[in-house]
Ligand binder design. Structure first.
Ligand code: ADP
Length: 325
């Protein structure tokens, strides 16, 4: 298993190989006097769903825009699909999918018309491995817009428009898809359908980099979660790994003869076994709980904001992926 964690300047990312889709090392970004990114390191591999979390203003959009080639970085090494985004050409761009919200302005266009029109742009970039663009009927089915194919965009519901945004983002069959807060404003059903769509794309080896404010969404979708705070990636791992790091202890709750009890323990399995050995059938309502991603995230951000744990030390507090093994 490769590792991607970097602890403030300590290089621990693996060397890129053919499955490395994003490779970011010591990325720095300064807007006038404000230093927003102070040495960001991470990688993403083919077919991975990576979720970038962080408080407002942490630099998530800045990071994504640099990777998309829309914004020049101040310093650092960045490779996306083998190319420096600052020098990406049209052929490189055709391999990326970017979900924007601007298609909502094309209200008079019909759904199928818009997708066919935009898809045609990708046709010259087909390769032996990847047929670009998607077949429009298949794409409509994949995003759940078959019934709306001939409707004008202005008549779509909010959820349907968001799905259209995604269809526009993936019409060229991107190898890497960027989604900046894609589910904001979606109702729970549309959100679930969207999650299925993202997982489906990842299963077909599309790499997805997504930002969200919804921790439940991050937990559900992410193969890996990166937390950006204080200008650095302060945590990198699966939701479960992050939760274990913030709280090595689990909380065990139970009742005995109708009385509630609670105990924190680093070894819940052993504790529960002893409990049953001692009290047997008198034990009821057993519950073992580890910190959720939300607990983890809020604890970390609160500590950073309170200045208790500067960025560098937060990374140590969470430990690297290597340390966890
Ligand atoms: P996030 O997406 O995590 O909310 P952003 O990348 O949008 O963070 O912004 C990070 C910081 O950089 C914010 O303080 C924001 O005000 C600042 N910033 C973003 N874009 C610009 C810009 N074009 N010029 C100056 N400052 C900017």
């Amino acid at each position: 298993m490769t590792t991607t964690h970097a602890v403030s300047g300590v290089e621990s990312s693996p060397p890129p190989d053919s499955d490395t889709v994003i490779d970011v090392r010591d990325l720095r970004m300064r807007y006038r006097t404000q230093e927003v990114l102070k040495g960001v390191d991470f990688t993403a591999r083919r077919g991975e769903v990576v979720v970038l979390l962080g408080p407002n203003g942490a630099g998530k959009t800045t990071t994504i825009e640099i990777l998309e080639g829309f914004r020049m970085r101040s310093a650092g090494d960045v490779t996306v699909l083998g190319t420096d985004p600052a020098r990406g050409d049209e052929r490189w761009r055709a391999r990326l999918g970017i979900v924007l919200q601007s298609w909502r302005d094309h209200g008079k266009w019909r759904v199928r018309e818009l997708l066919a029109h935009l898809g045609a742009y990708y046709a010259p970039y087909s390769t032996a491995q990847v047929q670009r663009p998607w077949d429009i009927d298949e794409l409509l089915a994949a995003v759940g817009l078959t019934e709306q194919a001939d409707k004008r965009i202005s008549t779509l519901s909010g959820g349907q428009r968001r799905r259209l945004d995604v269809a526009v983002g993936i019409v060229g069959r991107p190898e890497l898809l960027f989604l900046d807060e894609p589910t904001t404003g979606l109702d729970p059903e549309a959100r679930n359908e969207f999650h299925d769509l993202v997982r489906g794309l990842a299963n077909e080896s599309t790499t997805v980099l997504l930002t969200t404010h919804d921790l439940a969404e991050a937990e559900k979708l992410a193969d890996r979660i990166l937390i950006l705070a204080g200008g650095r990636i302060v945590a990198d791992g699966s939701a479960e790994e992050l939760s274990r790091r913030i709280s090595a202890e689990a909380t065990v709750r139970w009742t005995r003869d109708g009385q509630p009890y609670e105990e924190s323990t680093a070894e819940p399995t052993r504790f529960v076994r002893r409990l049953f050995e001692e009290y047997g059938d008198a034990i009821g309502g057993l519950e073992v709980r580890r910190a959720s991603l939300e607990d983890t995230y809020l604890t970390m951000v609160r500590e950073l904001e309170a200045g208790k744990v500067p960025g560098e030390q937060a990374a140590h507090a969470f430990g690297s992926r290597e340390e966890a093994r």
